[in-house]
Each structure stands twice: as structure tokens, then as C-alpha cells.
Design a protein around this ligand. Structure first.
Ligand SMILES: *[C@@H]1O[C@H](CO)[C@@H](O)[C@H](O)[C@H]1NC(C)=O
Ligand SMILES: *[C@@H]1O[C@H](CO)[C@@H](O)[C@H](O)[C@H]1NC(C)=O
Ligand SMILES: *[C@@H]1O[C@H](CO)[C@@H](O)[C@H](O)[C@H]1NC(C)=O
Ligand SMILES: *[C@@H]1O[C@H](CO)[C@@H](O)[C@H](O)[C@H]1NC(C)=O
Length: 652
């Protein structure tokens, strides 16, 4: 246990401590400020450019004004006005603690030989080695060189453009010079309701076929957190405008809300602006985004369902509430999940009652799963405010418990659950059957901590996976068209289980350990452990289908024994108790094993049971009256009278 926690802590420390450094280039003369930087692995360094026309170029220590093969290069960043910071930055990530030597490649004025060099992680803290490097640079042969293609490499060259500045209808900067192939131009949206659309030079307010369009972004927040990123492909000029017409009398393009990237001459810019002022009604493609990546607070929005982004109910956590079953998912959820549900599931002309019942039941299980995951997502996300379920959540209380990447992945998993729930609700709707409303659930509370929460999430996932396999087994003969849709969910769910294993600091559980669990037993477990209150109609449907619940059981007095072959300790015996559980005679504990198999162990007079040797992982078991002749789950389901419950058995 200790080693698991230590590993998790080390993992967190490594990622959480990554720092961000800022370096000014040419702000204080021919120099980098600071010029001697200490950075640790994972840190990022962003270079900001001032004055003249500088670069960030990596060299070896021995040859200061010559590019190092495979080294980083920002490309040149010309700054038209001295003292003004360029909108273009260059960001690199530090991958190791080896020294990185940097110089400016500008030959006009011999910047490198004039001492415009810097060091990252120079070996000597007092700067001696940087001064050695500087001394070598002064003597370096001319001309200074940079990578032959002149293109940025090894870092992100990013130009930020503000869309709408105060009440002004403008882009800032509006004319970006010197943009290089590979550079990202990021349009950041401000109030009120603007767009960025690419135009041909000849027709300033008309959409260029195959060009980019962000769609409209109505916002009253500055900054809104909405960005539209395009990647510059070549050095050809790019012209753009805002397509807002505001009903025709407030045409942003006519009023000068236009811009360019790599315009050939100042005259061409004036020409474009003049023609924009007189242009007819602006046009915009019906669908957005096109030709670029739209994101909100770092989440990609693959489509906005038209050309207007709906950010009215934008929450920092994006997915803060479980949408009602059957509701069309928002673009944010689709973005987080990485895809929308399909338009058709290749429906058969009719559906059997068994399949309807199975879908309603899976809907019932997915409701609780989605509630748990969305709740977890809210608690793990910094700044999240909304509450879900009945756990008096303030939101964001577990922020920082995991690295951002893990938290984001957890968000995707939550969103995927919402999307996958659509398999049951879409299919039920298609055949005019009702879907199941969300109930209120007993969730692990915030102050109980993230560890029991993950344990709960894991259990519900396993139950959901178990029920889905069972549903597939039960409808395979009659409603085969449903199998691919249900099997697709399984992929996402088992990946999510691996993520939870990772968050718990465990190895992913050995395959195949996601076992089939009869839906009736899943119902028993969920109803008994997690349902606080449900609409009576929902309970009726679930009960009608799954039958009476079986009482809860508990495992205790786990006996661990060293395995002869491996010397590893594992649980070989345990005791079982619970309301109505009888010992001896024909009372058995039935273990649900991989591949839909069952193994029976007799319950001794003292309640003790032997754990089958070849069972391990998260193992589910149930108490039965009698022992099946076969090892089929269906027989076991009929014999079950108490449980199920789960126990972790380590590998022999
Ligand atoms: C910036 O410097 C580079 C390298 O000397 C040069 O090729 C480029 O034309 C310069 N750009 C401007 C706008 O002066
Ligand atoms: C760090 O590694 C990435 C990926 O290989 C690379 O693109 C980048 O240039 C490296 N950073 C530095 C400072 O070399
Ligand atoms: C934003 O502008 C578009 C285009 O004019 C319009 O359809 C949409 O309703 C506007 N949204 C808001 C919230 O103003
Ligand atoms: C929360 O629980 C209370 C009872 O404890 C119940 O009355 C209320 O409806 C529940 N709220 C939600 C949102 O589930």
C-alpha cells in the first residue's frame, strides 16, 4: 500500500511542480532578460519579442553563433515599433537538465557577436559559464547563421490576435507581418458577438471557399476563454473579416473589422480596408468551425451545431450537470467526449420486449454512472461552481489532487458516459419507449476524500460493464443489431476503468477481469447501496424487469496465505455474512469469473469459504441455494438469494 501511495505522490510532484518562465527578447538592448535561467524538466519557457528583429536559436557551447542540429529555433520576429511587445511568442519545453545555449541569429548588427546570447541550466550557478559562452560568441566567425529553411522548430510559435477590443470593431493586431509556416495564429474572442472568417483579397466581406471560419461567438466576458486557432501553411497573404451584420445596420466588416496575415505591401492593406468599407452584405458558412480549431478554456469544440456558438450557460467546468436522459448533448460535451453519438444505430424494424427492458435497465445504470463521474469532474476541476446530485458540492474542492492532464481525461470519460448513455435513450426513443429519469444517489461526499470516491466510481463502472455484457448475452439472438452499439460502449468503459486504476495508483487490472454480472444482481446492488430516491415510475420499470432485490452481503475475516510458487500473499479464504445467509448444506458462494463462467465454493458451517485459486482482480460473488450442474451464469442467477459483493483478490 505504501509503495502505491509513494508512487502516486512522486507522479504528482513531477507534474504539479512544472513551472513557467518568461523571457524578454531585446527589451533591454541586445540581450535576453533573464539571460541565465534555471529550469527543471517539464518547465516551459515563453520568449516575448521587443524591438528590431530577433530570434531564439539554439547552438552548441563551442560554436555560439551557429545553429545546433536538431536544436530549437523561433524564426525571426520583426517588431515594427520599438518598445512595443510583439503579439508573437515562442514557447519551448525543457525536457532534461542539460544546458541549452541560445543566441540571436540577426546578422544586421551582428547580434550574436555583440553578446546577444543566453543560457538555460548553465552548469555553474554564478554565471561563469554563460560569460565563457558570451566570450566565445564575441569571437565567432561572421556571418551568423540560422537553420536554412528559416522556419520555427522545436517549440510553439504563437501569435495572439484580440477579436474586438473594448467597444471597438477591430482585430488587434490587425495586420500580422512575418508569420511563418507552422506558426499558430490564435484569435481570442472578446465581447460582443464577433467572428473571424477568411476572405479572398478581391471580395473583403465574402467567405473564401475552403477558407476558415470560427462562427459567431457571443460573449460578455473579457477574455471569454474562447479561442480560434489557425495554422499558417505558407507565406501567401491571408485576409479575414468579422461577418457580424447585426441585422444589417451594424456591419462589422464595413466598419473596418478586417485584418491580414503576411500582406504583401502596406498599400494592399489600405486597398483591402477601402473595399471592405463599401462591400455588400457579409457572408459566413452555415457551419463552424471550419479550417481551424475552436476551443473554450482549452477544450476543443468540434462543432457548434450551426454557425453561432452557444456560450450562454458556459461553466468553467463545462460539464457541470448531467443532462436529462435523451436530451441532445451540448457541443461542449461532444467536444470533451471527442465525438457525437451516431445518427443511426442501424435499427431493425422492430425491437423485442427483452431488448427494451435491457435498454431501460442500462439507462438506469448509466444515470448513476454519469452522475458520479460528472460530480467527480466538478470536484476535480478548479473553479467549477455548480452542484450536482445530492452531495452538497461546492465544486473544485479536489482541484490539484491530480495533474491537469488526468483531470481533463476524467472529464472526457464523464462526457463519454453521457454520450454513451444515448445508445439506450436513442434506441428507446426510436421505438417510442420512455427512457429512465435520473434518481438521487448516495455518493461519496467531498470531505470523505477522493480515495473512497474512486472506489465507488470503480464499483459502479464494473457493475455497468457487467450489466452491459449480460444485456448483450441476453439479446444476441433476438436483437443482434444492438450488439455493435453496446460493444462500442464497452471499449470506452474499460478504458475508463484503466484511468481509475491509474488514479488509484494500481496497475490496470489483469485482463479479462471485467466480468458479466446478471442485470438482476446489478439492480440489487445499486438499489441497495446507491439509490436515495427515485421517481416511482422509474422504480417500477426497474423492479418489473429485475425482480425483487436480494439482501446485502459482507465479506470479513479475509485470510491471506503465501502462494507456494510465487511467494506472494493472496486471499485464499474469507467469511461471508448477511441477512438470511445460511451456512453449510447446499449453500454456496458463486464466483463470477472471466468469460462468463461461474465457480461454486461451499459455505462452511462457520461461514468460511475458499477462494478459487485461479480467480483474481475485482471479483464479484453471490450466495446461492444449491450448485448449478453447469457453470452457466443463467443457472447461477436463478439460484442466487443474497449479494452480490465485490472483493479484491491479488494475483497468485
Ligand atoms: C528580419 O530578419 C531576417 C534575417 O535577417 C530577414 O530575413 C527578414 O527580412 C527581417 N524582417 C524584417 C521585416 O525586417
Ligand atoms: C522537447 O521535446 C520535444 C518533443 O520531442 C521537442 O519538440 C522539443 O524541441 C524539446 N525541447 C527542447 C528544448 O529541446
Ligand atoms: C450573434 O450573432 C449571430 C449572427 O448575427 C446571431 O445569429 C446570433 O443570434 C447572435 N447571438 C447573440 C447571443 O447575440
Ligand atoms: C436531496 O435529498 C433530499 C432528501 O435528503 C431530497 O428531498 C431532495 O429532493 C434531493 N435533491 C436532489 C437534487 O436530488
Amino acid at each position: 500500500m505504501k509503495s502505491i501511495l509513494a508512487t502516486a505522490a512522486a507522479f504528482l510532484a513531477a507534474t504539479v511542480n512544472a513551472a513557467h518562465h518568461e523571457v524578454a527578447v531585446g527589451k533591454d538592448g541586445l540581450t535576453y532578460t533573464p539571460e541565465d535561467l534555471v529550469a527543471t524538466v517539464g518547465d516551459t519557457i515563453t520568449y516575448h519579442f521587443y524591438a528590431k528583429n530577433h530570434s531564439v536559436t539554439q547552438s552548441s557551447f563551442q560554436e555560439p553563433c551557429k545553429p545546433l542540429e536538431g536544436g530549437v529555433f523561433s524564426g525571426f520576429v520583426p517588431v515594427p515599433e520599438a518598445g512595443v511587445e510583439s503579439a508573437t511568442t515562442f514557447t519551448i519545453t525543457v525536457n532534461d537538465t542539460k544546458p541549452i545555449w541560445i543566441y540571436c541569429g540577426q546578422t544586421a548588427g551582428d547580434h550574436c557577436q555583440s553578446g546577444m546570447v543566453s543560457a538555460i541550466n548553465a552548469p555553474d550557478k554564478d554565471g561563469a559559464r554563460l560569460s565563457d559562452f558570451k566570450a566565445l560568441a564575441t569571437k565567432a566567425s561572421r556571418p551568423t547563421t540560422v537553420p536554412a529553411d528559416g522556419l520555427p522548430v522545436g517549440g510553439l510559435r504563437l501569435t495572439k490576435v484580440k477579436v474586438g477590443v473594448g467597444k471597438d470593431l477591430m482585430f488587434e493586431p490587425s495586420d500580422i507581418a512575418g508569420a511563418l509556416p507552422g506558426e499558430v495564429v490564435r484569435f481570442g474572442f472578446n465581447p460582443a458577438n464577433h467572428s473571424v472568417v477568411q476572405a479572398p483579397f478581391q471580395e473583403p466581406c465574402k467567405f473564401l471557399e475552403d477558407g476558415f471560419s470560427s462562427g459567431f461567438v457571443p460573449t460578455d466576458k473579457t477574455p471569454s476563454g474562447v479561442n480560434f486557432d489557425i495554422v499558417v501553411k505558407d507565406t501567401k497573404p491571408i485576409w479575414f473579416y468579422c461577418a457580424q451584420t447585426g441585422g444589417g445596420n451594424n456591419v462589422h466588416c464595413n466598419k473596418g473589422m478586417v485584418g491580414s496575415i503576411n500582406a504583401p505591401t502596406p498599400e494592399s492593406i489600405t486597398d483591402f480596408q477601402d473595399r471592405a468599407a463599401d462591400a455588400g452584405l457579409s457572408t459566413i458558412p452555415d457551419h463552424a468551425p471550419k479550417g481551424g480549431v475552436l476551443s473554450i478554456d482549452g477544450y476543443t469544440i468540434p462543432y457548434v451545431g450551426g454557425n453561432v456558438l452557444d456560450i450562454k450557460n458556459l461553466d468553467p467546468s463545462m460539464l457541470s450537470q448531467v443532462p436529462p436522459p435523451g436530451e441532445k448533448p451540448s457541443p461542449y460535451i461532444i467536444g470533451m467526449a471527442g465525438g457525437a453519438p451516431p445518427a443511426s444505430y442501424f435499427w431493425a424494424p422492430t425491437i423485442t420486449e427483452t431488448a427494451v427492458a435491457a435498454l431501460q435497465f442500462l439507462n438506469y445504470v448509466d444515470n448513476i454512472l454519469a452522475t458520479i463521474l460528472v460530480e467527480g469532474h466538478v470536484r476535480l476541476t478548479p473553479g467549477a461552481a455548480s452542484a450536482t446530485g445530492n452531495s452538497s458540492t461546492t465544486g473544485g474542492s479536489w482541484a490539484g489532487a491530480y495533474p491537469e492532464s488526468i483531470t481533463a481525461m476524467f472529464g472526457s470519460v464523464a462526457a463519454q458516459t453521457v454520450i454513451h448513455r444515448r445508445t439506450s435513450t436513442d434506441c428507446l426513443q426510436h421505438y417510442s419507449h420512455s427512457s429512465m429519469d435520473t434518481c438521487s444517489y448516495t455518493l461519496v461526499k467531498e470531505d470523505e476524500g477522493v480515495t473512497p470516491f474512486l472506489a465507488q466510481a470503480l464499483k459502479v463502472y464494473l457493475l455497468s460493464v457487467g450489466a452491459t455484457i449480460d444485456a448483450m448475452a441476453k439479446i444476441a439472438d433476438t436483437d443482434a443489431w444492438l450488439i455493435p452499439a453496446l460493444a462500442t460502449q464497452m471499449g470506452a468503459k474499460t478504458r475508463a476503468l484503466a484511468l481509475i486504476n491509474l488514479m488509484q495508483g494500481h496497475n490496470p487490472s489483469a485482463a479479462p477481469r471485467e466480468v458479466q454480472i446478471p442485470m438482476s444482481l446489478v439492480y440489487s446492488y445499486i438499489k441497495d447501496h446507491y439509490i436515495l430516491a427515485c421517481d416511482s415510475a422509474v422504480e417500477e420499470v426497474a423492479h418489473e424487469w429485475a425482480g425483487n432485490t436480494t439482501p446485502r452481503i459482507e465479506f470479513y475475516d479475509l485470510v491471506k496465505t503465501k502462494t507456494a510458487e510465487t511467494g506472494k500473499e493472496r486471499t485464499t479464504h474469507l467469511k461471508v455474512k448477511g441477512e438470511g445467509v445460511k451456512y453449510g448444506g447446499d449453500n454456496y458462494l458463486a464466483w463470477m469469473g472471466p468469460w462468463g463462467g461461474v465457480q461454486y465454493s461451499a459455505i462452511e458451517e462457520d461461514g468460511s469459504v475458499e477462494v478459487p485459486y485461479d480467480l483474481y482482480g475485482h471479483v464479484w460473488a453471490v450466495v446461492t441455494k444449491g450448485k448449478g450442474e453447469d457453470t452457466k451464469l443463467k443457472t447461477m442467477e436463478e439460484l442466487a438469494y443474497a449479494g452480490p459483493e465485490m472483493v479484491w483478490i491479488s494475483q497468485p
